[in-house]
Design a protein around this ligand. Structure first.
Ligand code: ADP
Length: 827
């Protein structure tokens, strides 16, 4: 700025003026300048003010932003830490100081009030535990290149995802998140995935996974093993190459439908194995869905069901065989069984041989339908030949096990096939065994692939079953012929036959003869209990008799009056026996109408009674005089005396006969009366001996006696006992040829009985006859030469039983017989 002066003189003034003027100018100028300056200054100031205002604004904004960021930082979920790195003297990151952190830092790490502190103070040991984080932070603080990592932060036991960047050299900011949960979930998933794969690889099924669109991205090991393929071949839709072209379209159609609808897939189809063989697989595919129900994956399994299928086919074949077996002749069954085995083993030939019990002779039984149609059947059906002559297929007999020849042509010892015979490529022969024996062999041949264990099993199973049918058929045939025979007998028998269920007495069957005899129809008897059917209803003892029969297993009833449908009473003889039929006890009763015989017997008995009665008195006269003559023997010559003793002997015989007739007719009339008296058995037997002696001598036999003297006197009817013993002795004499011995013995049997036995060394009685000989009128054909009435033993039995005793026989043909009478001492 210029000095201001006053204008006083002219020159001077002028000068002054000039000076003044100059000064003014200067002043002006300066004023102007000043003004300008001021203006400029003002401008500047304004500028400054503006700038300041702006700056203030900016600061305000900055502060505002800072605040905003601050709150953002504080509120953000990620942890935030601004730190300054401290390097050691060698420039290596050594520690760092927290300059700033946000709220989440605290909540995520659990570390509090860290600002201004060194990390080594906050987390002691951090350097050792987590050296990598030091390196990371140091690197970013130095280079300024941001980095992102996920790491496990050992000191805090947390998984962290960290973003690190640097705002200023030496500083770094770490923004991090706790990803422990996620990591764990991932780990879990990985573990589950590994477990799943291990499992999937361990299972025997084929297993795979596909995306929601059906693109298969994974198969288990078994898949590759079974199909013999590689992951590259299989990826996506490559699986179609192991499918059967025939079934593939259907599979695709179904699979696409499942993909479209999200429905599970279930189907059986063949898959080709590495060996080129198609096997049936049951395939199940299920969708895996997310929370929203959207299909995210498909999991598929293929289960080999060859075994099941085979069992199924075998049981179906069995069923077919069993359903038809009943109506088919054996031949056709064999052929059908062969056809089934042939089909199941994919063979083209089939033959069936029987092996006879000698295990040597084979007989060809049948061929399969296919063999008959297409192959030469040069060998005659039914032809027999020894095993040694058979071809290699008979190896299975020699080795007693199934035999497979998969390369028939290379067999060294094969027999040449007859000319024109279709070539055998391979064969399998299976023996069918029963116990230690082979009963048949089944052979099949020309399967397109090799025969294997499964084929053997199959053929054995069905073969075995076919043999069961053969056996059944044979048994049925045998049975039906024997049944037929029996039926004929049953139906044409001249005796009535009744079959009963032994358990409950129900009538099983009744033959026509019996129906006619009784006048009752089949329906009126069959299915009913014996004691309920018309003819038996009135017999009170029927049930007891049935029970008795069950105990004895055999019974014979004679005096059975049955009522026929028209009210007539017929007398029958029923012989019943129990036997087993198919584990069931059955009673067979033979019913014979003996009404006539009975009437005749009664007539006979009456006749005997009458005859003996009428003969007795003249005989007594004859005998009385003869004995008188005998007393006077010295009056006559020897010849006359002999005649007299002949009369006496015959008289005795007639008396014996008459006695028998009388006893018998009494017995028949049910009038056998015992008149007991104390009897000296010893004396009685001595008398009997005297009586029989002549007959014994005449036949040149020996009579031995052994009669115990100490026998008590018994309460018996002496006449009856005498008759009985006499009859036994007479029989012994009659049926014993000379030289022979007859032994009469008697002794006490315990304190209650006496036993009298008559033994001989004669013809003996067959076991089968021993029961019948005690029946009246029974006379054996064997002894036809000996005269007799058939009443002797019946009387012996009757007499013994009338005393409450019994008679027993023991006999051996050719050696002799012993009859024993047991008589109670006291009646
Ligand atoms: P009979 O002697 O009149 O024929 P029995 O009732 O005495 O009648 O005998 C019945 C049958 O028993 C005889 O026909 C005979 O076959 C047989 N028998 C009896 N006793 C003997 C014996 N001691 N030895 C052999 N057979 C005998």
């Amino acid at each position: 700025m210029g000095a201001r002066k006053k204008a006083t003189d002219r020159p001077e003034a002028e000068r002054n003026l000039q000076q003044a003027a100059a000064m003014n100018q200067e002043l002006l100028l300066s004023a102007v300048r000043q003004h300008e300056l001021i203006e400029a200054e003002e401008r500047l100031n304004a500028q400054l003010r503006l700038e300041m205002a702006q700056r203030r604004l900016a600061v305000d904004a900055q502060q505002e932003a800072d605040k905003k960021y601050r709150s953002l930082f504080d509120n953000m979920l990620d942890g935030y830490a601004h730190c300054r790195m401290i390097f050691d003297e060698k420039g290596r990151p050594d520690d760092f100081i927290y300059l700033d952190t946000n709220n989440s830092f605290e909540s995520l790490t659990g570390l509090k009030d860290v600002v201004g502190k060194k990390v080594t103070e906050v987390i002691p040991g951090v350097k050792k535990l987590s050296p990598e984080i030091f390196e990371l932070y140091g690197r970013v603080a130095l280079t300024g290149v941001p980095e992102t990592v996920e790491l496990y932060f050992e000191p805090l036991g947390l998984w962290l995802s960290i973003k690190v960047y640097s705002t200023k050299k030496g500083d770094f900011v770490a923004v991090f998140d706790n990803i422990t949960e996620r990591k764990r979930a991932e780990e879990d998933l990985r573990e589950r995935e590994t477990r799943f794969r291990t499992l999937a690889n361990a299972i025997t099924q084929l297993c795979w996974m596909a995306n929601s669109d059906g693109w298969i991205f994974w198969y288990n090991k078994r898949w590759y093993e079974y199909t013999g393929t590689t992951p590259e071949q299989m990826e996506g839709w490559g699986w179609q190459s192991v499918h059967n072209p025939e079934t593939l379209p259907k599979v695709l159609e179904k699979w696409n439908a499942s993909i479209a609808t999200g429905n599970p897939f279930d189907m059986v189809f063949p898959l080709r194995g590495a060996d080129g063989v198609f096997r049936p697989f049951l395939t199940r595919i299920i969708p895996v869905r997310d929370q929203n129900g959207k299909v995210v994956r498909w999991v598929g399994t293929n289960t080999d069901i060859t075994e099941q299928k085979r069992e199924e086919s075998v049981s179906q074949a069995r069923l077919r065989l069993s359903l038809t077996a009943d109506d088919m002749p054996l031949d056709e069954i064999l052929q059908m069984a062969l056809d089934e085995i042939e089909a199941l083993t994919q063979s083209k030939i089939g033959f069936y041989h029987f092996l006879e019990a000698d295990q040597e002779t084979l007989s060809l039984q049948h061929w399969s339908t296919n063999t008959l149609a297409n192959m030469c059947t040069a060998e005659g059906k039914g032809s027999h030949y020894p095993v040694s002559m058979a071809g290699v297929w008979a190896d299975c007999l020699r080795e007693q096990r199934p035999v497979i020849h998969n390369d028939y042509a290379s067999l060294p010892n094969r027999k040449d096939l007859p000319p024109g015979h279709a070539p055998v490529i391979r064969e399998m022969v299976v023996p069918i065994r029963r116990g230690a024996r082979t009963v048949a062999i089944i052979g099949v041949g020309n399967k397109p692939a090799d025969y294997n264990e499964a084929d053997i099993e199959l053929a054995s199973l069905l073969g075995d079953y076919s043999w069961e049918i053969v056996e059944r058929k044979r048994a049925e045939e045998a049975l039906s012929s024997s049944e037929l025979r029996y039926r004929r007998l049953f139906e044409s028998a001249g005796d009535g036959i009744l079959l009963l269920d032994a358990d409950n007495g129900t009538v099983y069957d009744v033959n026509p003869f019996l129906m006619e005899m009784l006048g009752y129809s089949h329906e009126e008897m069959v299915g009913k209990e014996l004691w309920d059917i018309g003819p038996v209803k009135d017999i009170e003892t029927a049930k007891d008799a049935f029970k008795g029969l069950m105990k004895e297993e055999r019974s014979r009833h004679e005096n059975l009056p049955l009522k026929t449908s028209n009210g007539h009473i017929i007398e029958v003889e029923v012989i019943s026996s129990v036997y087993m039929v198919n584990q069931t006890k059955v009673i067979q009763c033979r019913v014979r109408d003996i009404t006539e015989r009975k009437a005749l017997e009664r007539l006979k008995a009456d006749f005997y009674a009458m005859v003996s009665h009428d003969m007795r008195s003249p005989l007594t006269v004859i005998w009385g005089y003869a004995k008188l003559l005998d007393l006077k023997s010295d009056m006559f010559d020897a010849e006359t005396n002999e005649m007299v003793s002949a009369i006496i002997k015959s008289g005795e015989k007639i008396e014996g006969l008459i006695e028998n007739f009388l006893s018998f007719s009494k017995m028949e009339a049910g009038k056998i009366v015992v008149n007991p008296v104390r009897t000296d058995i010893v004396a009685l037997l001595r008398d009997v001996c005297l009586e029989i002696e002549m007959a014994v001598q005449e036949k040149k036999l020996d009579l031995k006696t052994s009669i115990a003297d100490d026998m008590p006197k018994a309460m018996v009817d002496p006449k009856l006992i005498q008759r009985a013993v006499m009859n036994l002795l007479h029989n012994a004499v009659n049926y014993t040829p000379a030289p022979g011995t007859i032994t009469l013995e008697a002794a006490s049997e315990g304190s209650d009985y006496i036993m009298i036995s008559v033994a001989d060394t004669g013809s003996g009685i067959p076991a089968g006859e021993q029961k019948s000989i005690f029946d009246k009128y029974y006379r054996s054909d064997r002894t036809a030469g000996v005269k007799g009435s058939g009443l002797g033993l019946a009387i012996v039995k009757g007499a013994a039983e009338a005393h409450g005793g019994r008679v027993e026989v023991e006999s051996e043909v050719g050696k002799g017989s012993t009859f024993r009478l047991f008589i109670p001492v006291n009646l």
